[in-house]
Design a protein around this ligand. Structure first.
Ligand code: HEM
Length: 482
């Protein structure tokens, strides 16, 4: 009994300290009224789609800066103001507790590593993304893009084809070949073990981030999700170990290969990284470089299937640049001319940002309208909300590639367009991703006429850190006469 009273007294003192002193400077920042025992975790009721919807809608309801209480004593600021978001991304390089939950899998890879180590490794791996040295990646884009097209020819005639697993497996083959130097044939075998494990692991990460108790490691250990996440980690790590051993097996035949281009794996092994450090980087590059382009490609194809006028423009542009031979190799130079397709991809990244929210822990105090947020507070940068803000994008819910055409550049304010984040901890693979997406979308639309599923199936958006549709991206495909 005494223990309960003491614990209650400690809780009350902590609450008083938090509200009246530590976070007093934030008291005028708006947000949903918190419950004294669970803060705002009531927002996280329901399934993961409801949770996602509740979080991304916060700024629409309360304004560009919203305070939520993720525990009775822990606030978080959700930001949808482009200027302040960029300020945070430029000044705060530390990742929030959300990323701690990914640490058992991604360890000291770039996404989750602590700032000092990250600085060194980012400088090291940047070399693999030098635009001038990207031509060899095109070999993988061509090979696996053609494999995807062959596979899709077997799926013509279906009333509904969920394009996501095909694009997912294609993107996994591409990333293994380009980043690690191992040619896999996972699309051909259709082996979903790695992708299913990754999806389950990241869903658990999201659930932990928005749970009252699963965020604490010692409590999480008592849950079924803990056991499942351990099993997923094992599958994911085994996959990376398999890639490393395949690379090592073939390394002899590569020893005379003295090209300027080195993939990420060659760079980090030559820098002397071994053991867990090596596995962490392999895990990180495979996850970060597979999931995001795959989901953007799937959204772009879904929109192309539903908008005949957009489809016509993409096909016409590709014929102008590449002619009518479907087997032609698409070079990077060809891709530079694909202005309409680039606008379409940017619109897909705006409308369906693959990473709808990112987080940082503030490295310094932050002045926002409504108060000062102290250093050490976690912030969510609500990319989805900024991409759907009418102030920056007219008719934000309309899918309209024209807004990104060079002719309209004076009419658009891109400060709120952050699909690849901003600042020095932005996406290392953004240029690579644009080439890959242009290459594969071109191949698919030149080979197939894309149509809505019959009957059409709407997207149901949700987040496994990367934005997904829980109804899949369902379309129909017919062989095309170019
Ligand atoms: C459509 C494609 C892509 C999108 C939308 C995207 C988006 C992002 C975003 C928003 C971040 C910041 C994450 C954060 O702050 O938590 C990020 C980081 C990162 N991305 Fe990408 N990405 C894409 C493709 C790629 C590709 C193809 C690769 C690798 C080849 C890659 C590798 C990485 C890595 C390693 C980081 C961590 C960078 C660091 O912290 O230094 N991404 N990406």
């Amino acid at each position: 009994m005494y223990l309960v009273l003491i614990l209650f007294a400690v809780f009350c003192l902590q609450l008083l300290y938090t509200k009246k002193w530590k976070y007093k400077s934030m008291e005028n920042i708006p947000g949903p009224p918190p419950n004294i025992l669970i803060g705002n975790m009531g927002l996280m009721k329901g399934n993961i789609e409801d949770m996602f919807h509740n979080i991304i809608s916060l700024n629409k309801t309360f304004g560009k800066f919203v305070k939520i209480w993720v525990s009775p004593i822990t606030p978080k600021i959700v930001i949808a103001d482009p200027g302040v978001a960029q300020k945070v991304l430029n000044s705060s390089l530390s990742k929030s507790s959300l990323y701690n939950h990914m640490f058992p899998f991604l360890g000291n890879g770039l996404v989750t590593s602590h700032v000092d180590l990250w600085r060194k490794d980012r400088k090291l791996t940047n070399v693999a993304f030098n635009t001038k040295l990207m031509d060899p990646y095109n070999i993988a884009f061509e090979y696996h893009g053609n494999q995807l097209v062959s596979m899709l020819y077997e799926k013509t005639g279906l009333n509904a084809l969920n394009i996501v697993p095909f694009v997912d497996l294609y993107a996994l083959d591409v990333i293994c070949e380009t980043m690690i130097g191992v040619r896999t044939h996972i699309l051909k075998t259709g082996d979903m073990e790695y992708l299913n494990a990754r999806s389950q692991f990241l869903t658990i990460v999201m659930n932990r981030t928005y749970s009252l108790y699963k965020g604490y490691n010692f409590l999480f250990k008592f849950t079924n999700e803990y056991r499942l996440s351990k099993r997923c980690e094992e599958i994911l790590r085994d996959f990376s170990k398999f890639l490393i051993s395949e690379y090592m097996k073939n390394s002899k035949s590569r020893s005379n290969d003295d090209t300027d281009t080195k993939n990420v794996f060659e760079i980090i092994t030559e820098a002397g990284l071994t053991g867990d450090r090596l596995i962490d980087h392999v895990n990180t590059f495979v996850v970060a470089g597979q999931d995001t382009p795959a989901s953007t490609i799937a959204y772009a194809l879904y929109e192309i299937a539903h908008k005949p006028e957009i489809q016509r423009k993409v096909v016409e542009e590709s014929v102008e640049i590449l002619g009518r031979d479907k087997n032609v190799t698409i070079t990077r130079n060809d891709m530079h001319g694909m202005v309409y397709l680039e606008a379409l991809i940017k619109e897909a990244l705006r409308h369906y940002p693959a990473v709808p929210m990112i987080e940082r822990t503030l490295d310094e105090d932050l002045q926002v309208s409504g108060g000062i947020v102290p250093a050490g507070t976690d912030t969510t940068i609500n990319i989805y909300a900024m991409h759907h803000d009418e102030e920056f994008f007219k008719e934000p819910n309309k899918f309209d590639p024209d807004r990104f055409l060079p002719a309209n550049s004076s009419k658009i304010n891109l400060s709120g367009f952050l699909p690849f984040s901003k600042g020095s901890r932005d996406c290392i693979g953004k240029t690579f991703a644009m080439y890959q997406m242009k290459s594969v979308i071109t191949k698919v639309v030149r080979n197939f006429e894309l149509l809505p599923a019959d009957p059409p199936v709407k997207l149901v958006l949700t987040s496994e850190f990367v934005m997904k549709s829980s109804s899949g991206n369902q379309i129909r495909i017919k062989p095309r006469q170019l």
